[in-house]
Design a protein around this ligand. Sequence first.
Ligand code: ADP
Ligand code: AMP
Length: 215
Amino acid sequence: MNIILLGPPGAGKGTQAQRLMERHGMRQLSTGDMLRAAVKAQTPVGLQAKAVMERGELVSDEIVSALIGDGLDAMGPDTGAIFDGYPRTEAQAGSLDGILAARGRSLDHVIELAVDEDALVERITGRYTCANCGKGYHDKFEQPRVAGTCDKCGSTEFKRRPDDNEETVRTRMAEYRAKTAPILPIYESRGIISRVDGMADMDAVTAAIEGLIAD
Ligand code: ADP
Ligand code: AMP
């Protein structure tokens, strides 16, 4: 199964992708995570992407589509993919069709996480992750069971993204509205998109997604 999780920054795509991976053995392909790894490793792609990401703008379609192709090639052919944060433009949506077809894959579901924009700044500025295993947390909405210790791996190191500040979030939302929201009709016309209430609590969102993919 191949699924796209679509929604503005902070909608809950990464949170739900982690849960799908745990439940179904699927693989999350997050272009944001891949780009952050490239920035950290100071690869040529990372050096090119760093400033763009810090501003909250979009990295070039060619770069992210190449990352997705490589990510799929590194997976077993029978492992399902969860696209998180890709595609983000009409050009990327077109590229994804070709990338999937070339590998004998096709899209099963596009799931839109619908959220009120007002809630997103609070979600993003409170977001942090385990520095060791990457599990996501939130200052208010998802705290570790034992304060300061990761539920999943026991690490006591956590990190926050440099672009998770209010100013950058506003740019990222504007990019979403201008460039990403216009791809929704592409998937609507194919009849493969479903909308989930991303304002519901995390478990309710997970249950709604499970219901959709079980159909
Ligand atoms: P995205 O990957 O779409 O940018 P995340 O999954 O990282 O978003 O979620 C952003 C933040 O909001 C995280 O800190 C996460 O814990 C929290 N979060 C995710 N889903 C919900 C929800 N349904 N209700 C409240 N907080 C949520
Ligand atoms: P994310 O982790 O999805 O919030 O992405 C973080 C940042 O990485 C974005 O603000 C963009 O600068 C860049 N990025 C991630 N995915 C894409 C993509 N599909 N297209 C262009 N830029 C991307």
